[in-house]
Design a protein around this ligand. Structure first.
Ligand code: FAD
Length: 468
């Protein structure tokens, strides 16, 4: 049967975008259906990765300027810098990224339809256009890359002005003096350190027992020290009772209890509340169950290792399939799905995937933590170095940071790398590369590394490990 397209992709975020580009490179005819009437690029460009990283970049610049010149010391960053400047900085980046995505799609002859997509069967997509009329398209394959949205709290309402979620905080028109973050996890930490760098007093109230428990213990301890020095208040095992406006004092009050003092109702006063809840997959209204696509209890779409759903012609990738719900992974998933659809290449995601947390400072890791190695009964050693030993850190007035390598005590092969500090999200790829190629920590001693650089931390950590 002749279809209109080889593949129809619903959603133009990183999973859909990379699937589209790869399919087009295979010479396939591609249609992207996107519900956002204004911009392509999904939450990657419009409401998530790029805007939050742009805000972070601006906050880092302001913080660096503010802390390194003596005359600034007595002022808070928000007394000198305005959110307007930061929003302008962010918007110029977003509009440039939007322009680039659009021109990439045009360059690759990828067609777009603006409206809501819904599957009629495994090969047919009905698109409801902005005006309400609908058009039906057919394709050999359909890719669902509809992303996710912020989950809502049960105890209070989000008005997107005073009480915001991880999308609406990106549109705040002023730098708040006080911010309470309800929720733990990576996004909470990122916003906590971004606003702290702008001078905001931060309180994190997390329901979880530990804070980012997947981190290597020493990196976690270093992080807690950094948060303390930034005077970011972190309370774990919290239950939020209510969030109320105190009209008398024109502020908000967050009422909560902790596991250690369940009988005491505590309250913290704030200007804004940021709720960071679980991501909710955008899997409803797509006609999935009707055509046999299987959903999990949490409404994520079930796929095999090639990102194929229970319906052979339908694939899914990105946040809508759940963990890890990252743009980084979504790009790879979308591309691999295209390879599987058209049986081109036998690509698979490598077993060890790094993570990057864009807090200030950054955190990144790959492979085993020390606790993992211990639990597995491995004969391992550790090499580590504090950033305070690096000339580059001295030059940049950077005090915080640590790089740690876990390696096999006999073969010296690298088992894991964990970094907290400046450029951690880039630095991790050097360790990742040596590790994925089965290299040993001797690599960092035998090869010349640029000086001064943060990469030098690898050489010093290797020295430390071997001299143990
Ligand atoms: C604050 C924040 C910071 C982040 N930072 C990072 C980071 O630093 N690094 C990182 O790797 N990841 C980061 N992420 C995660 C990243 O943004 C997401 O994992 C990624 O964008 C998911 O990509 P996706 O392709 O699944 O969907 P999305 O990017 O969410 O795109 C989905 C698209 O589908 C469209 N759509 C939905 N339903 C329909 C429909 N029925 N018909 C047509 N179109 C539809 C939507 O309009 C949207 O444009 C961050 C996320 C947030 C919220």
């Amino acid at each position: 049967m002749a279809y209109d397209y080889d593949v129809i992709i619903i959603g133009s975020g990183p999973a859909g975008f990379s699937c589209a580009i790869q399919s087009s490179k295979f010479g396939k005819k591609v249609l992207i259906v996107e519900a956002n009437p204004e911009n392509l690029g999904g939450s990657w460009i419009n409401t998530g990765t790029v805007p939050s990283k742009s805000l972070r970049e601006a906050a880092k610049l302001i913080h660096k300027f503010h802390t390194q010149f003596a005359d600034q010391e007595k002022m808070k960053p928000y007394q000198r810098f305005k959110m307007d400047d930061i929003l302008r900085y962010k918007r110029s980046i977003l509009s440039e990224k939007n322009r680039k995505v659009k021109s990439d799609l045009i360059k690759h002859n990828i067609e777009t339809a603006r409206g809501y997509g819904r599957l009629v069967d495994g090969h047919t997509v009905e698109v409801t256009l902005q005006g309400g009329q609908s058009v039906t398209y057919t394709a050999g394959f359909v890719m669902i890359s509809t992303g996710s949205r912020p989950g809502k709290p049960e105890q209070f309402e989000i008005d997107h002005e005073v009480v915001v979620d991880y999308r609406s905080i990106l549109e705040l028109t002023h730098i708040p003096r006080r911010l309470v973050i309800v929720g733990g996890g990576v996004i909470a930490l990122e916003f906590a350190t971004i606003f702290s760098a702008l001078g905001t007093r931060i309180t994190i109230l997390s329901a979880e027992k530990g804070f980012l428990p997947f981190l290597d213990d020493e990196i976690g301890a270093e992080l807690r020290g950094i948060l303390q020095r930034k005077t970011i208040q972190l309370t774990t095992e919290c239950t939020i009772e209510k969030v109320e406006k105190n009209d008398f004092r024109t502020s908000m009050e967050v009422f909560y209890r902790t596991a250690s003092e369940p009988d005491r109702l505590q309250v913290v006063e704030t200007d804004h509340v940021l709720h960071v809840g679980h991501k909710v997959p955008n899997s409803e209204g797509l006609g999935l169950a009707e055509i046999g696509v299987v959903l999990s209890e949490r409404k994520t779409i079930g796929v095999d290792e090639g990102f194929r759903t229970a319906v052979p012609s339908v694939f899914a990738a990105g946040d809508v399939i759940g963990f890890p719900s990252q743009a980084s992974a979504s790009f790879v998933q979308g591309r691999i799905a295209a390879c599987k659809m058209f049986d081109m290449g036998e690509d698979e995601i490598a077993a060890n995937v790094p993570y990057g947390i864009y807090s200030i400072p950054e955190i990144a890791g790959i492979g085993l933590t020390e606790a993992d190695a211990e639990r597995q009964g491995l004969k391992y050693k550790v090499g580590k170095i504090s950033y305070s030993n690096l000339t580059q850190a001295d030059i940049g007035h950077v005090d915080d940071g640590m790089l740690k390598m876990i390696f096999d005590a006999d073969s010296l092969r690298i088992l894991g790398v964990h970094i907290i500090g400046e450029q951690a999200s880039d630095l991790i790829h050097l360790g990742q590369c040596v590790m994925q190629h089965g290299g040993t920590i001797e690599y960092f001693l035998k090869n010349v590394l640029n000086y001064p650089s943060y990469g030098e931390a690898y050489r010093m950590a290797a020295f430390d490990g071997l001299s143990e």
